[in-house]
Design a protein around this ligand. Sequence first.
Ligand code: GLY
Length: 420
Amino acid sequence: MKVLLLGSGGREHAIFWKLSQSPLLTSLDVFPGNGGFPENQIIKEAGLSLSDMEGLAAFVKNRGYDFVFVGPEQPLVDGVADALKNICPVFGPDRYAAQLEGSKDFSKSFMEKYRIPAAHSRTFTDYNEAKDYLQTKSLPIVIKADGLAAGKGVTVAETHEQAEQALKESLIDHKFGNSGNRVLIEDFMKGIEASVFALCDGKKALPFIAAKDHKRAFDNDLGPNTGGMGAFAPVSFMTDEVMKKVQEEVLDRVMEGMQKEGHPYRGLLYAGLMVDGGIPRVVEFNVRFGDPETQPLMRLLDEDLLDLSFKAAKGELPDIKLKFKDEAALVVVLAAEGYPDEYKKNILLKDIDRVQGDIIFFHAGTLRDGENLISSGGRILGITATGKDPVQARENVYSFMKNLNIEGTFYRKDIAEREI
Ligand code: GLY
């Protein structure tokens, strides 16, 4: 099978690693890729862009791809699955279904309509009305920009001043552009967060084991929110009983709801959950694999990802329980100093191409500059390891990382610590 993978992050590098193991593969290209992908598999086509749907469709058709695997959310929200659907199977939902991530307001209405457990919220476009409503609410309170905001559109406000500031930034200062023209004020949910991903074929959803992300920049969950600084799987509090609830009350209801809406959901569904006393509720949906959670999950998945994602795209997933290695896996993200705000760029990355036993690097913000590998993004690399349990996986990653001295970078030292 001739496959094109779209995307350029650690998520896509991990997916590429896994797809590459499939006996069904005849060739695998990536666009736009990063410094971690083999040069001869990166598409370098002048004018090709992830935001130009017509151009992408023509390219996919001309090159005769059998399957397109979409990594990031933006092209899905922009309708890439619709643009390619008459050319070849595409892994990723259509534009309508992608609103589950593209519009928090849409997502909330959908959850209400199909009885998916989540926090109560109200949507506002007017700053003064939003402020008045705020006065009636207790703290903490959550303020969410409606549209995509690169993981920065959510504020958990501890005070009314913080909440008002978040409303102002979104509705008056337009910090998130059009994405912040509507704002949700949502009740705070307490509990512990977990991520559950599922392969979906329009009718059924096959869940992965749960993973746990670490969103804050610094140890002990301090500092600003990031795209994710580390993750591990499996997660002990996501017991069979909790996962059964996730399946029945979340995943199956999305499948049923999207079928009723006339847009069967195909691709990857990411349920960001808050779990309290064994009860899971949805914080948000994403319509693609999460990053960095995908990195440890790919290391544990004991299935042919190409076979299953292709079947998902065609609406033909088998009725199986996905198999995973009976181990744990963990990723620690190496980030550029300053991230997630203004961060250092062009950091020279030395010695990281060496394979180190069980350690695998997945590249995120890297690029090749002649012989050199340099950083090009805030999250630079995901360093992954496995182990018989999270303690072992954690020891394996950190014993390697203590010898990794790359000036101008930082990483969290407490990934999975609480779990252990
Ligand atoms: N790790 C969070 C995300 O992928 O959205």
